[in-house]
Design a protein around this ligand. Structure first.
Ligand SMILES: [Mg+2]
Ligand SMILES: [Zn+2]
Length: 205
């Protein structure tokens, strides 16, 4: 167990746990260079709206390309910094980006591990929730694969949604999720009417 700063979960402190490839950016296979990071149509708008509706934005991404030796952890961190910069310029603040560099049979010995964080396992979600005091039952997860949904379920995330902007989905995949949408913008558009919660962007602060 890695030491984490734990914050007491605050009731109603909600997050959107968002997969990266196929949800935020075009899934083109082990994306690891900033020039290959292409935001999906509506992704930035969707992130903005999730944020405006009072969600902390937490990206959770399997990065087995590191264990496979396809790119280094430093490459990954550089890409992530660039992604965060681009998003910040568009008014989107990510609270944290959690990644899993592991793979049980990976090439690189240092990352060869049957870890608790590679989705479908929930480690990235529970780690972020502990660090940020997130109320998981009030939170939402958005992914493009069954393994994203399974990780969300295992962590106890309140609502787990699939988008069709990434991996091809089977009927079985769709059945695992609470709902499925075309893309991140459509997800965000569902929030206020579906939940009936007050929109934090309409509240005075
Ligand atoms: Mg994905
Ligand atoms: Zn891991």
């Amino acid at each position: 167990m890695m030491p984490v700063n734990t914050a007491r979960p605050q009731p109603g402190r909600r997050a959107a746990f968002i997969d990266r490839d196929g949800v935020i950016n075009v899934e083109s296979g082990f994306v690891h260079r900033l020039e290959d990071l292409v935001f999906l149509p509506g992704a930035i708008e969707g992130l903005r709206r999730l944020q405006a509706a009072g969600h902390l934005l937490v990206v959770i991404t399997n990065q087995s390309g590191i264990a496979r030796g396809l790119y280094t952890e430093a490459d990954y961190l550089q890409l992530t910094a660039g992604m965060q910069q681009r998003l910040a310029a568009a008014g989107v603040q990510l609270s944290t980006v959690e990644y899993c560099p592991h793979l049980p049979d990976g090439e690189i010995e240092r990352y060869r591990r049957d870890c608790d964080c590679r989705k479908p396992r929930p480690g990235m979600i529970t780690r972020a929730a502990a660090a940020l005091g997130i109320d998981l039952s009030a939170s939402i997860l958005i992914g493009d694969r069954a393994t994203d949904i399974q990780a969300g379920r295992a962590a106890g995330v309140g609502r787990c949604w699939l988008v069709r902007s990434g991996a091809a989905l089977s009927e079985g995949d769709v059945d695992l999720a609470d709902a499925s949408f075309d893309d991140l913008a459509q997800c965000a558009g569902q929030l206020a009417p579906a939940s009936g919660e007050p929109r934090s962007d309409l509240q005075s602060s």
